[in-house]
Design a protein around this ligand. Structure first.
Ligand SMILES: Cc1ncc(C[n+]2csc(CCOP(=O)(O)OP(=O)(O)O)c2C)c(N)n1
Ligand SMILES: [Mg+2]
Length: 528
């Protein structure tokens, strides 16, 4: 007899999925039984960390990542991380063990009551199979649902007695199925878009995370050069879709309605590629677009297209469309753009260090193809100004703004990209949401470099309190944490840094070894 267990592992193997990111409980043990030798299990000590690692791995590898969580409690712990994965179109197959079928009805301990509803609305598809025989089919469906555009997380709850049951022999048809999207532009749509861009007097490009996800950064460089158009990165950027030292690069758009409307004023055509229009943050009422400015958005996501408050949208494959535009848009006779001036160097030798000094030192010492994860919330703008990010897949940030993403995602990205060095720049507040990531990095020797920007405060919230004009707010400082001691407790080498020379030495040491390390830098907060 072939079991549901054997058939499911065979399906995962055939579909190229041989890593399980998880945190187990009793409901999951029958799934993990006789774990195949060609599979790898990556243990995270909290479910937010598990999903964060899987999210980083899925985004950086471009392949779906498989997650195994413990029933309702484990799923609940993962929901914050799931909000980020949902917003970044991360293909995650999240499974959770259910109580044995005979005891679901009496709601025995560890029953996932109404399991399929629990992770909604942060999944594309959620399901609990009606019978054990349906499990391989549901798993196959989950894999294809997660992988199809727009990609995203899916959820499958499996009662633990199902794994030992006999599989439906017809399941063999599922093993090697392929399901592909074929979503380029029709000839007519391409001709129309090319004509609009060719006729535009002063076009501008706004690029988003799905450009980077589609491996299309270079096509956008060609497009920008053919148009001699300035390039902005869409607000609240979760990825870097364009080289930050390119002459056409203008920076990160602010996250307010009026501010964006003003910045894009004077352009007759805005072409947005691979971003929602727009992921605003602070409420800054005003004109979405100035008079005389038209907007066209190309997105993989019909929901993004439908909810945009202005402009036209085309739903399709961002990579194919960027490639086609780069080939067909006519070369303009407008003059080439001059690069932005380099930011002023900041002279400071003694600490606490200004964040500018940290980024300039990093930019000088880190490898050119380093990958940055950012969760130092008050220094994001400085990071974009001062770090050179030239390669595809060089930057990741929580797509829903949920803290606790960057530390585990850095480990997942490093797993997916062992040939590049991953550097996670994490605020002292943010570090606490997923601090147990350090354990996983040590145990699996994943050589991520963690830089903790210790300004002893929730700096971004102090800044936001100013925006909202609210005073006397409690709970904004986080003094008294010794991150080097915490790292040591998890078995990680750590270095405390007070000045620039110490930071340089620490970075050289971190880059010389093939092991994770934590560097705690005493920094100045946004308000000094
Ligand atoms: C899960 C979650 N909880 C709370 C917040 C609210 N929040 C946004 S920024 C921030 C402060 C982060 O502080 P820190 O990491 O020290 O960076 P800094 O702003 O000081 O640079 C907080 C608490 C959030 N975004 N996500
Ligand atoms: Mg801080």
């Amino acid at each position: 007899m072939t079991t549901v267990h054997a058939t499911t592992y065979e399906l995962l193997r055939e579909q190229g999925i041989t890593t399980v990111f998880g945190n187990p409980g009793s409901n999951e043990l029958p799934f993990l039984k006789d774990f195949p030798k060609d599979f790898t299990y990556i243990l995270g000590l909290h479910e937010g960390v598990v999903v964060g690692i899987a999210d980083g791995y899925a985004q950086a590898s471009g392949h779906p990542a498989f997650v195994n969580l413990h029933s309702a409690a484990g799923t609940g712990n993962a929901m914050g991380a799931l909000s980020n994965a949902w917003n970044s179109h991360s293909p995650l197959i999240i499974t959770a063990g259910q109580q044995t079928r005979a005891m679901v009805g009496v709601e025995a301990l560890l029953t996932n009551v109404d399991a399929a509803n629990l992770p909604r609305p942060l999944v594309k598809w959620s399901y609990e199979p009606a019978s054990a025989q349906e499990v391989p089919h549901a798993m196959s469906r989950a894999i294809h649902m997660a992988s199809m555009a727009p990609r995203g997380p899916v959820y499958l709850s499996v009662p633990y007695d199902d794994w030992a049951r006999e599989a439906d022999p017809q399941s063999k048809h599922l093993l090697q199925r392929t399901v592909v999207n074929a979503g380029g532009l029709s000839d007519a749509l391409l001709a129309d878009l090319v004509e609009q861009l060719g006729n535009a007097r002063n076009p501008v490009l706004v690029l988003g995370p799905d450009v980077d996800a589609a491996d299309a950064n270079q096509h956008c460089v060609t497009l920008a050069e053919r148009l001699n158009a300035p390039v902005w990165v869409a607000p609240s950027a979760p990825r870097c879709p364009f080289p930050t030292r390119h002459a056409n690069f203008r920076g990160l758009l602010p996250a307010g309605i009026a501010a964006i409307g003003k910045l894009l004023e004077g352009h007759d055509l805005v072409l947005v590629l691979g971003a929602p229009v727009f992921r605003y943050h602070q409420y800054d009422p005003g004109q979405y677009l100035a008079e005389g400015t038209r907007l066209i958005a190309v997105t993989c996501d019909p929901l993004e297209a439908a909810r945009a408050p202005m402009g036209n949208a085309i739903v399709g494959d961002v990579g194919l469309i960027a490639t086609a535009l780069a080939q067909h848009v006519p070369v303009t006779d407008r003059p080439a753009l001059a690069a932005l001036p380099a930011p002023e160097p900041v002279q400071q030798s003694a600490g606490p260090l200004r964040p500018e000094v940290v980024f300039d030192t990093l930019d000088e010492i880190a490898p050119r193809d380093a990958i940055y994860l950012n969760e130092s919330t008050s220094t994001t703008a400085l990071m974009w100004q001062r770090l050179s990010m030239q390669h595809q897949g060089s930057y990741y940030f929580a797509a829903a703004g949920g803290l606790g993403f960057a530390m585990p995602a850095a480990v997942g990205v490093q797993l997916a990209k062992p040939e590049r060095r991953v550097i996670a720049v994490i605020g002292d507040g943010s570090a606490n949401y997923s601090i147990t990531t350090l354990w996983t990095a040590v145990q699996y020797n994943i050589p991520t470099i963690f830089i903790i920007m210790n300004n002893r405060t929730y700096g971004a919230l102090r800044w936001f309190a100013g925006v909202l004009e609210v005073e006397n707010v409690p709970g904004l400082d986080v003094p008294g944490i010794d991150f080097c001691s915490v790292a040591k407790g998890y078995g990680m080498r750590s270095i405390k840094v007070e000045d620039r020379v110490q930071l340089e030495d620490a970075l050289h040491e971190a880059l010389a070894v093939n092991a994770p390390i934590l560097i705690e830098v005493s920094t100045l907060g946004p308000l000094g």
